[in-house]
Design a protein around this ligand. Structure first.
Ligand code: NAD
Length: 338
């Protein structure tokens, strides 16, 4: 029997690259084709662990290019798609929303529409041998909007996206949902909380804190630092994706989150304390913390209820924030010192 071949999009980015090395390691009989157009956020050096793996292929290209996607489906006869590619940084979506509409909405439509044409002959009719082919859409908890002091996002929380980023992801989630309800395509969607860990782009909060601390610059924190996010170590997200891709129920969405709510002040304080301990400077790194003008429309609090994936699929985060942040700091210390 031929090995399964899966199209992974956006695999040169933070989560996709962590996923590819995890998944190939766990599934030596699966071929992965990574389609990524290497925007500023994509970096092939994130894939050093797999670049010589014969089950791994890289293709540089844009998910908005329908002709290319069709060519790839023809050539590789994909058995599944795991769709990470996106514009992902909220701040960039405020200054340049157009790229988010193109990649996150049009790109997702292109991919799922081509998948439907290759796998299905009519609504609710799979072509022979394609019955188990699945489209997995990777999304975010930001589609649910902002929480007050209490409450958690559940899979049935109404969508209320507040930034061009989250609005574009919400739109893509609805496109995927509609392909299940209208055509019977085998889809799953995961909505995850904030990830952290190795290989995240320099622009994001945790790499910025570590980098600025080490270089002696001001460490910028938005507003009063009270915004709360539910932080999940990236490998725990990858394990959740693999579970949902292989065992999730078609048409369902699963929230993934670590039950590790922290406000930005706690994050910066924790990182500075660890750095004070393992790489002491002549004064505490905390003295570099500087409050800067808040992001417009900054959501106050996100927090995930992960009961469904825990109960239905047996997922559980292996790292808590304290263990995950130590691993993360060790990784960035090596990166920034080399
Ligand atoms: P990232 O920005 O690090 O990586 C995105 C990747 O997509 C990059 O390699 C980029 O080159 C590629 N890409 C962008 N536009 C493309 C296009 N038009 N065609 C092909 N490739 C393109 O993002 P990430 O943090 O790894 O996030 C991956 C996915 O997970 C996204 O869909 C994001 O919405 C979702 N997500 C992220 C988080 C998080 O905390 N980072 C949390 C929940 C969900």
């Amino acid at each position: 029997m031929k090995n399964k071949t899966i199209l992974v999009t956006g695999g040169a980015g933070f989560i996709g690259s962590n996923f590819i090395s995890y998944y190939l390691n766990e599934n030596p009989n699966v071929n992965l084709v990574n389609l990524d157009n290497l925007t500023y956020a994509g970096d092939l050096s994130n894939l050093y662990e797999v670049e010589n793996n014969s089950n791994y292929t890289f293709v540089k290209g844009d998910i908005c290019d329908r002709g290319l996607i069709e060519q790839l489906f023809n050539k590789h006869q994909f058995d599944g798609v795991i769709h990470f590619a996106a514009e992902s940084h909220v701040d960039n979506s405020i200054t340049n929303p157009g790229a988010f509409i193109d990649t996150n909405i049009t790109g997702t439509f292109n991919l799922i529409d081509v998948a439907k044409s290759y796998w299905m002959s009519a609504p609710f009719q799979f072509k022979k041998g394609k019955e188990n082919n699945r489209f997995h859409h990777i999304s975010t908890d930001e589609v649910y909007g902002s929480l007050g002091d209490t409450g958690l996002f559940k899979e049935d929380t109404p969508y209320a996206p507040n930034s061009p980023y989250s609005a574009s992801k919400a739109a893509s989630d609805f496109i995927v949902r509609s392909y299940f309800h209208t055509y019977g395509l085998n889809v799953v969607t995961t909505n995850c909380s904030n990830n952290y860990g190795p290989k995240q782009h320099n622009e994001k909060l945790i790499p910025t804190i570590i980098r600025k601390a080490l270089s002696g610059e001001n460490i910028p924190i938005y507003g009063d630092g009270k915004n709360i996010r539910d932080w999940l170590y990236v490998l725990d997200h990858c394990k959740g994706i693999a579970l949902v891709f292989t065992q999730g129920k078609s048409g369902e969405t699963y929230n993934i989150g670590g039950r590790n709510e922290r406000n930005n002040l706690t994050i910066v304080d924790t990182i500075c304390s660890i750095l004070d301990n393992i790489k002491p400077a002549n004064k505490s790194y905390k003295e570099q913390i500087t409050f800067v003008k808040d992001r417009p429309g900054h959501d106050l609090r996100y927090a995930i209820d992960a009961t469904k994936i825990e109960n239905d699929l047996g997922w559980k985060a292996d790292e808590n924030f304290e263990s995950g942040i130590r691993k993360t700091i060790d990784w960035y210390l090596k990166k920034y010192n080399s």
